[in-house]
Design a protein around this ligand. Structure first.
Ligand SMILES: CCCCCCCCCCCCC[C@H](O)CC(=O)SCCNC(=O)CCNC(=O)[C@H](O)C(C)(C)COP(=O)(O)OP(=O)(O)OC[C@H]1O[C@@H](n2cnc3c(N)ncnc32)[C@H](O)[C@@H]1OP(=O)(O)O
Ligand SMILES: NC(=O)c1ccc[n+]([C@@H]2O[C@H](COP(=O)([O-])OP(=O)(O)OC[C@H]3O[C@@H](n4cnc5c(N)ncnc54)[C@H](O)[C@@H]3O)[C@@H](O)[C@H]2O)c1
Length: 713
């Protein structure tokens, strides 16, 4: 028996060569009766080395002929799949005559998530094996499926709980001498679907809608379509052609940057020298959540899903009952989506989830997440109480969106254990967890919060403490520009359209209606920008010498809080309605507002809308980097992709700036700043200017132009 070994992410070229040499040797050796292909270290293969795609010596396309070579072997070839078989790895397995997988293995063709398509004949073989609808779903979403599902789909022939390699050898011995023709997928017809054309047309519409400007899913579909319309060899030619189109697209580069950026942020560091390499997390065996409103209920759900026992606390019984109902509803929905159902979550067991109004029950938890109203006095009162009640090592986390972590920590006797854990709404769905360290936060506290993110299957990003932290701080100038554009002549639907066409899931005005205009209104009242504490005689459109738009405040004064009141920047069918319709009332309100303030409305084109919104956000990003609030541009990008609906195929705002070219970003900001000298958000940051002055270096090198910083990419 000849054994061939594939190695996960070793040098791709070396693996390919070894594979080819091994196959040829096995074919030529009459003593070899069958071939078994397996991986090393319990993993079959994670596919091509992604870094190779952007290297000058890229080797795309070289795997397809080897997969064909495997398939055409006159000796049975069995794939022994352990760990993962992804991308090129699964394509190799599809070339094998038999596939046997460990019960805990995962399989998928995730190329689409990297802006590519399976380029080693996978788009032609998979539909022949499991049918067009399922293959199309796997290829256009890139999802990983467990071995148990792969067996049901017919993707593998057998799953085993014991030694996969031994089982594969047994299978190989059993099938020696059996005809291989029926096992060669390239010779099989694509299974028929009643009205294939209508199915593919419908699928194309769905894929286009979901892709929102991302090219890869559409081209994946075209490759699968070729499998249904042309012979195998022709389909393979089409697949290669489409692969090359994607490979050279900027989108593939952006998506691959995002892949590595999400891994780079695990290697966190602070300017004070704390880092992932030296800090160890504390175990979190039991947690508490305070406040079961919009955020708290999602956070509880997230913790329960991660099998962490939770004590959920509210201010009184009325709020507690409301919160309990909401949490139970969320958990029931989540349980329905899971294989084991409600039993696997076990949320009816008080040892796993307990509701209370009694702070004393928090005495033995390892970590508390506070999610009460955004009010500094209230938060300080709660943290003071926590520092008295909780056991000495307990971590005290706040979900504040913007407030000062140090001030909250000052209410405790243990500021080293206070940290911001900023979840995003809905907290059980959104992947981002912004982790904010204060002046006294210990490295252990940061490591524990990062570990929590991982346990909750979220992406943790460590950032410094400033108003709005990273995400919201960058969003302020973006939203501010959107509102200024309305003052100057635009409409909410025009601004939203431009940003949604760019790829955002939702434009700033639809987002504001969804989140509730009253949230920002309360915050501005708290800051003294509007409301009773505003000094008499303050100019309507100016605060501290800077331009200010009272438009959002005026809408709130009219009771227009967004979806919850059926009126905001749009009108809705009912309170809580989801369908935004342009509102003629708002249009005439804007006209009256402009007349009152002597503003002459002008036509604002798409380019100006896009540039003013995005470049002001990016400009703030450069200021954040220069202040050391985040340790690299990849942190900002991961935050925007996972928390703010930034289109992943554009790689995040800072990556996008690098593709536009920093000189152009600077030039445009200078122009807009000259036209609006009272808007500091448009004034180019010193760091951006410096990067342009040193010749627009690649994004990887940006941080080297700030002292003592280096990129994690
Ligand atoms: C049979 C072998 C074939 C190999 C030969 C290839 C020849 C080239 C021919 C090209 C023709 C096209 C072929 C094909 O269609 C194209 C592809 O295969 S594209 C790649 C598809 N694969 C993926 O997208 C898998 C990506 N990886 C993951 O999803 C995950 O990493 C994982 C494998 C599920 C493991 O997850 P975790 O355990 O959580 O670990 P991490 O994610 O943190 O990863 C650890 C470490 O590994 C790096 N890494 C992982 N996968 C790759 C990869 N495919 N290429 C390069 N590097 C990879 C990851 O970045 C981490 O390192 P760090 O960034 O932290 O330094
Ligand atoms: N809503 C969002 O989209 C969002 C996103 C990220 C962060 N945040 C932040 O999360 C926090 C909570 O926001 P939210 O939107 O969930 O608020 P919310 O108003 O929906 O809920 C707050 C909850 O806290 C409870 N509460 C108030 N005082 C309490 C006390 N003394 N003890 C126990 N519970 C008490 C209230 O009864 C209420 O149920 C805020 O700091 C907010 O800035 C909100």
């Amino acid at each position: 028996m000849e054994l061939l070994s594939l190695t996960v992410n070793s040098n791709s070229l070396a693996v390919l060569q070894a594979l080819e040499d091994g196959l040829k040797k096995a074919d030529a050796d009459p003593s070899v009766k069958a071939v078994m292909i397996c991986g090393e270290n319990g993993k079959f293969s994670a596919g091509a080395d992604i870094r190779g795609f952007s290297s000058p010596k890229r080797h795309g396309g070289a795997l397809g002929p080897i997969v064909s070579l495997i398939e055409s072997s006159e000796k049975p070839v069995v794939a022994a799949i352990e760990g993962v078989a992804l991308g090129g790895g699964l394509e190799v397995a599809l070339g094998c005559h038999y596939r046997i997988a460990h019960v805990k293995a995962w399989m998928g063709l995730p190329e689409v998530t990297l802006g590519l398509l399976p380029g080693a004949e996978g788009t032609q073989r998979l539909p022949r094996l499991i049918g067009v609808p399922t293959a199309l779903d796997m290829i256009t979403t890139g999802k990983h499926i467990p071995a148990t599902e792969a067996l049901k789909l017919g993707l593998v022939d057998e799953i085993v709980e014991e030694n996969t390699i031994e089982a594969a050898i047994r299978l190989a011995n059993k099938v020696i001498g059996q005809p291989l023709g029926p096992r060669r997928l390239s010779l099989k017809p694509v299974p028929k679907v009643p009205n294939m054309e209508a199915f593919l047309r419908e699928a194309a519409v769905k894929v286009k809608q979901q892709a929102r400007g991302c090219l890869a899913p559409e081209l994946c579909l075209q490759a699968v379509r070729a499998a249904t319309e042309t012979p195998f060899a022709e389909g393979v030619r089409r697949e290669r052609e489409l692969f090359r189109v994607l490979l050279s697209s900027g989108q593939a580069q952006a998506l691959q940057y995002a892949f590595f950026a999400e891994r780079a942020v695990h290697r966190w560091a602070t300017p004070a020298g704390a880092s992932w390499s030296s800090a160890a997390p504390q175990p979190v065996c039991k947690a508490a959540v305070i406040g079961l409103g919009t955020m708290g209920r999602g956070i509880v759900t997230s913790l329960v899903k991660a099998s962490i026992p939770v004590v959920a606390l509210e201010q009184d019984l009325e709020y507690l009952n409301k919160g309990r109902k909401a949490v139970m509803l969320l958990l029931e929905r989540e349980a329905m989506k899971m294989e084991g159902g409600a039993q696997s979550l076990d949320f009816h067991n008080p040892a796993r989830l307990q509701f209370t109004v009694d702070f004393d029950l928090l005495h033995d938890v390892d970590l508390v997440i506070e999610a009460v109203f955004e009010n500094m006095a209230l938060k300080k009162e709660i943290f003071h109480k926590l520092s008295k009640i909780c056991k000495p090592g307990a971590l005290l986390c706040t979900n504040t969106s913007a407030l000062n972590i140090d001030e909250i920590a000052s209410a405790t006797s243990r500021p080293q254990q206070v940290i911001g854990t900023h979840f995003f709404s809905p907290a059980h769905v959104m992947r981002l967890l912004e982790i904010i360290y204060g002046r006294h936060t210990s490295p252990t506290a940061i490591a524990t919060a990062m570990q929590l993110a991982k346990t909750l299957k979220k992406v943790g990003v460590v950032v410094g403490n400033c108003f709005g932290f990273v995400g919201n701080r960058m969003m302020f100038p973006y939203v501010q520009q959107a509102v200024f554009l309305l003052e100057e002549g635009s409409r909410p639907e025009a601004v939203d359209q431009v940003l949604e066409d760019f790829g955002f899931k939702i434009g700033p005005f639809r987002m504001s209606d969804l989140a509730g205009l009253d949230v920002g209104w309360r915050s501005r009242q708290g800051q003294g920008l509007t409301g009773p504490s505003l000094p008499a005689g303050t100019p309507a459109r100016q605060r501290q010498g800077q331009r200010y738009s009272p438009l959002p405040d005026l809408l709130c004064e009219h009771g227009r809080f967004g979806q919850k009141t059926a009126k905001g920047w749009y009108q809705y069918e009912k309170a809580g309605g989801r369908t935004a319709t342009p509102d003629p009332w708002l249009h005439s309100f804007l006209s009256r507002y402009r007349d009152t303030h002597g503003i002459k409305a002008r036509f604002i084109d798409q380019e100006e809308i896009l540039e003013r919104c995005l470049f002001s956000l990016i400009n703030e990003g450069f200021a954040i980097l220069a202040e050391g609030i985040a340790s690299g541009p990849e942190h900002l990008d991961v935050i925007y992709i996972n928390g703010y609906g930034w289109p992943r195929h554009r790689g995040g705002p800072m990556f996008y700036a690098s593709t536009v070219g920093l000189p152009r970003v600077l030039d445009k900001l200078q122009k807009y700043s000259e036209a609006h000298p009272d808007v500091p958000g448009l004034r180019p940051s010193a760091f951006l200017k410096k990067l342009v002055a040193v010749g627009n270096p690649p994004i990887k090198e940006w941080m080297s132009y700030l002292s003592q910083q280096s990129s994690k990419l």
